[in-house]
Design a binder for this molecule. Structure first.
Ligand SMILES: Nc1ccn([C@@H]2O[C@H](COP(=O)(O)O)[C@@H](O)[C@H]2O)c(=O)n1
Ligand SMILES: C[C@@]1(CO)OP(=O)(O)OP(=O)(O)OC[C@H]1O
Length: 159
């Protein structure tokens, strides 16, 4: 059986604002995330994991930050493109696992909604979608509340 694993990592810094978008879900917070797009750091990490499994570059390869077309874009566009590339290559997404690293906001209360959102975009069952979070014990840039980091892993199987 042809199985492809991929991993992704992304970071976005906080800016003034009143909430962040994580896995397509608006989470109220005392700051927003800065980025060219909607700065959905978790969805970007997941998108990169899929491109990684396909060995097709990264999110910036397909959606250059220099291209004004992607200014303020909703990140489901990027994730759907990666899933479609997998389909075009004869692969289906088997499961995915996202870890969000920040002290605040708390992710746990929103994890169910995030799993449902990712399941909807990717077309796989929510039972195959994991979203979890950790602090960095107040260490480093996430610990100081300067931004959010995210990690993602996915498995693709030959369809
Ligand atoms: N932004 C976050 C961070 C953590 N959680 C939840 O809290 C648990 C404990 O975090 P530690 O960093 O102390 O291990 C973690 O396992 C998550 O369940 C969260 O919801 N949001
Ligand atoms: C997503 C893109 C789209 O222009 O911009 P950003 O929202 O800044 O996000 P990043 O994680 O830096 O990835 C680069 C770009 O592809």
């Amino acid at each position: 059986m042809d199985i492809r694993l991929g991993n992704g990592f992304d970071v976005h810094r906080f800016r003034d604002g009143d909430g962040v978008t994580l896995c397509g879900v608006h989470v109220p917070h005392d700051a927003a995330l800065d980025g060219h797009s909607d700065a959905d750091v978790a969805m970007h990490a997941l998108t990169d994991a899929i491109y990684g499994a396909l060995a097709e570059g990264d999110i910036g390869t397909h959606f250059p930050p220099s291209d004004p077309q992607w200014k303020g874009a909703e990140s489901h566009v990027f994730l759907r493109h990666a899933v479609d590339r997998a389909g075009a290559r004869g692969f289906a997404l088997s499961n995915l696992d996202v870890t969000i690293i920040c002290e605040m906001p708390k992710v746990g209360p929103h994890a169910g909604a995030m799993r449902a959102a990712l399941a909807g975009i990717t077309g796989i069952d929510a039972s195959r979608v994991s979203v979890k979070a950790t602090t960095s014990e107040r260490l480093g840039f996430t610990g100081r509340g300067e931004g959010i980091a995210a990690l993602a892993t996915c498995a693709l199987v030959a369809a």
